[in-house]
Design a protein. Structure first.
Length: 207
């Protein structure tokens, strides 16, 4: 299975200017600060994991979060009910209410992602965004963590995403590095190389 992570090409990518450069990042920073002050980082992290799973499992919940037609009051009631059903901690429950009342329920996924990065940094870890065409198995994630730990010099938290458009292989963002071994990128490079050959002038025939 080791061949799955071989042949990585690495290029530098521009940073976004930090988590607080985005609206979701500022919300996540506020949530993390409260969780840290209350010594509830682990509890909030577990609640956010439950939300991620609920978003993946329930189309109705996902549509609620994404729909601009759901008003703030209705969104607050719905998120409060979901928080109760999932037995979320009090900090996360109140925070969902704040997002709803501010009309920012659509930021939930991004807030969760940024919070996880802050929590990982707090634990002395770094975060890698990993995209594959199909979900990774536990053994593949464990191997990837080990390899990225060797590269980063510290423990790595994996943010896994699935995108069938990359066709196969893997794309990893680790700090300012882009590790791209997707089949789509390889095919694009091959296509560019073939175009270059097609434009090359042919030598005149002698005779």
């Amino acid at each position: 299975m080791g061949a799955f992570f071989q042949f990585w090409s690495i290029s530098r990518v521009e940073t976004s200017g930090g988590i607080q450069a985005s609206l979701a990042g500022r919300y996540a920073t506020a949530l993390f600060g409260l969780a840290r002050d209350e010594r509830q980082i682990d509890a909030v992290s577990r609640s956010l994991d439950s939300l991620v799973q609920a978003l993946a499992d329930s189309r109705e919940f996902s549509r609620l979060v994404e729909s601009p037609l759901v008003g703030r009051k209705d969104a607050g009631k719905a998120l409060g009910a979901i928080a109760g059903k999932l037995a979320l901690d009090s900090i996360t429950t109140k925070f969902l209410g704040v997002l709803a009342s501010n009309g920012r329920k659509g930021e939930i996924r991004s807030v969760i992602r940024f919070f996880k990065r802050l929590a990982a940094e707090h634990r002395g870890e770094t975060t890698a965004e990993v995209t594959t065409a199909r979900p990774l198995g536990d053994d593949q994630i464990a191997e990837l963590k080990q390899q990225l730990r060797s590269r980063a010099g510290r423990d790595v938290t994996i943010e896994a995403a699935v995108d069938p458009k990359i066709l196969g292989g893997i794309v990893v963002k680790l700090g300012s590095q882009m590790i791209d071994a997707s089949i789509r990128t390889k095919l694009n490079r091959l296509a560019q190389a073939m175009k270059g050959e097609a434009r090359m002038p042919t030598a005149p025939m002698k005779g």
